[in-house]
Design a binder for this molecule. Structure first.
Ligand code: MNH
Ligand code: ZN
Length: 179
């Protein structure tokens, strides 16, 4: 995973539980002297270990931490890449453009990024059905990112997750319900 994602986690942890907590997490789960540079890749296992460390510190399930992380990560990425995030007039437009525009632009900025495959289909004016597939199985993080995007556009969102790679499915299904 790119350094930018680790920096997003760092920002959240420092805001929520402080700099010392982040230093302790690095001490426990990253090689000595680790510095995360946005465009550089670091092992996925390191991100998962740090996120698990946050979960342990907060006494919360890892899935909750990944969802909260995803939600704050959206604002972090949108701010860092204003040129990309400002292209969309609405939540719906953004969600329908995750693969075709957002992650396409990411591929131009980062050398060979590891991205999920996400397809979205409008079912009716309040419902979007999204399919998520990635060998990293970060669907809970994807849910969080979607909640973060809804917040960005001041929309009320609830998500159903009736099919999941964590239960053996070949892709996750997320049903987005808008108000
Ligand atoms: Mn996007 C990685 C979903 C918006 C840039 N993105 C990921 C991952 C998920 C994801 C899930 C984790 C990798 C994986 O699952 O295999 N991203 C989304 C969703 C939205 C989204 C659901 C909107 C909602 N992403 C954005 C925006 C940007 C962005 C906005 C920046 C402009 N995403 C990234 C980058 C990565 C990433 C950068 C990391 C790629 C890498 O580590 O190589
Ligand atoms: Zn899932």
């Amino acid at each position: 995973m790119r350094g930018v994602i680790f920096r997003g986690l760092e920002e959240l942890v420092v805001e929520a539980i402080g700099m010392q907590a982040w230093d302790e997490l690095l001490e426990a789960h990253a090689p000595e002297g680790r510095v995360y540079v946005s465009p550089t890749s670091y092992p996925d296992a390191e991100l998962f270990a740090l996120a698990q460390g946050v979960a342990d510190k907060l006494n919360k399930p890892l899935t909750d931490v990944l969802a909260i992380f995803g939600q704050s990560l959206f604002g972090f990425l949108a701010e860092k890449h204003k040129g990309i995030s400002s292209k969309f007039a609405s939540f719906e437009e953004l969600v329908l453009s995750i693969d075709s525009v957002i992650h396409m632009e990411v591929k131009k900025l980062y050398d060979e990024p590891n991205l999920p495959s996400i397809s979205a289909i409008v079912k009716d004016d309040k419902t979007i059905v999204l399919e998520y597939c990635s060998n990293r199985k970060l669907c809970f993080c994807a849910e969080g990112l979607l909640y973060g995007a809804a917040q960005f556009y001041s929309r009320k969102l609830t998500i159903e997750h009736p099919q999941c790679m964590h239960s053996g499915a070949e892709h996750c299904v997320l049903i987005l319900h808008l108000d």
